[in-house]
Design a protein around this ligand. Structure first.
Ligand code: PHE
Length: 410
């Protein structure tokens, strides 16, 4: 940057600071040192205990929302962003937090590791965020969690259910990493028990994507509970996320004649596999997990299928019905589990910032670990691994509707 441009930029920065200081916001803008003349440094050294002395510009507190807005599961991203933004809007309408307005920083992390790592580094190093809501997908949240933990940034994933999201390799808890959802060992168990006890299934066939942490973990959890309780796995086949033709593995399903097919993947894969299964004349019901939850689930192809999930919009609790009404007023659609958990996760995080009383992630992580918060998806308190203990619901795809079947407490 030339001296002259730098001077103009400095004057502009100063002018905006003065304007901000004159604005009716509660906190006076602190005098900020002149920024270095170079381009913004791409990489700031990661401090062990991140200092709180550098508030975001103009007294705003930034919260990053990392979600898959593009890629294979875009409805996950849109719902997550919208749920989180609604929570932020409500806090801001009440005056924000710690006297600051909350500024969302939204990045598209695509439900994939590399874009997620880039997005996390960008929001931390360039935008200076101390708090991340995201990602949705476990395989994206896991690499983000390594960065959050290393850089001392608080991360809360609304929906990543794989057990390892909050765990270090040695099995201890990542102090800075939290989630707002139950975990897959529980979700898989609920699915398996329901198949055995309520559907009377004795034989199950499992189809899963070996390369997806969430899918693999859920398949393992289902198998363990199903077999421990007297069920038999009559076949197990893998595919990859880029497959589009499932005829070879579906031929094996036809042959094995299972009572149920467990397919714990995301809706884009469910749509392909269940449509091809119908063409093949497979009548055994499919069953899966929260990854089925999407406005773009092909309800005709998946008809008769069951899935475990975090929430049902048919829940009659007042807090749920108020939420459905508010969300509908804002966006014109019924909130899915992703929107609901993003709303809960964002509220939880902001409540923890408020109770910490300071914009310091090292303090906020401690207040989050100790929180008790009544969310739309249930009351959240954390166990030692930063997992909330929460009930699951079972839903059925039936005649074009998503029908609430049961709630299963842990
Ligand atoms: N649980 C999924 C995962 O960990 C993400 C997901 C949650 C998808 C809820 C849809 C609904 O990858």
């Amino acid at each position: 940057m030339s001296k002259r441009i730098f001077l103009i930029v400095s004057v502009l920065v100063l002018a905006s600071l003065i304007l901000a200081a004159c604005a009716p916001a509660a906190t006076p803008a602190p005098a900020v040192e002149e920024p270095a003349a170079e381009e913004p440094a791409a990489e700031e050294p990661a401090a062990e205990e991140p200092a709180a002395e550098e508030p975001a510009a103009a007294g705003a507190l930034k919260i990053a929302i990392l979600a898959p807005l593009s890629g294979s599961v875009p409805t996950f991203g849109v719902s997550t962003r919208d749920g989180a933004l609604l929570a932020i809007k409500e806090w801001n309408a009440k005056g924000g937090v710690l006297g600051m307005q909350i500024e969302p920083v939204v990045e598209d992390s695509q439900c994939e590791a590399d874009p997620s790592v880039n997005a996390a580094n960008k929001v931390i190093d360039q935008d200076g965020v101390h708090y991340i809501v995201g990602e949705v997908c476990s395989k994206a949240s896991i690499p983000i969690s390594e960065i959050a933990q290393e850089k001392g940034v608080v991360q809360i994933s609304p929906t990543s259910t794989n057990e390892t999201v909050t765990l270090k390799a040695d099995g201890t808890t990542k102090e800075y990493v939290f989630r707002a959802c139950f975990i897959d060992p529980f979700q898989g168990k609920v699915g398996a028990k329901f198949a055995l006890d309520n559907l009377g299934a004795k034989n199950a066939f499992i189809l899963f994507d070996q390369g997806n942490d969430y899918v693999r973990g859920l398949a393992e959890a289902f198998e363990a509970t199903f077999t421990e309780n007297g069920g038999t796995i009559v076949g197990k086949e893998t595919y990859t996320s880029s497959d589009t033709d499932f005829s070879a593995i579906l031929a094996k399903v036809s042959e094995a004649k299972p009572d149920i097919v467990y397919l714990p993947d995301y809706y884009n894969i469910i749509n392909l596999v269940t449509a091809q299964a119908k063409e093949k004349g497979i009548t055994a019901p499919f069953m899966g997990g929260d990854g089925w939850d999407s406005a773009d689930l092909d309800r005709a192809a998946a008809d008769g299928g069951y899935y475990t999930n975090h929430y049902s919009d048919q829940d009659t609790r007042q807090i749920v019905q108020d939420w459905v009404k508010n969300y509908q007023a804002e966006y014109g659609s019924v909130p899915d589990a992703l929107a609901t958990l993003a709303y809960d996760a964002t509220n939880l995080l902001i409540a923890a910032i408020e109770s910490a009383g300071v914009d310091d992630p090292a303090k906020v992580k401690d207040s989050l670990a100790a929180i008790s918060w009544e969310g739309v998806s249930g009351t959240i308190t954390y166990d030692e691994f930063h997992n909330p203990i929460k009930a699951a619901v079972i839903l059925q795809v039936k005649d074009g509707e998503i029908v609430y079947v049961a709630t299963v407490a842990p």
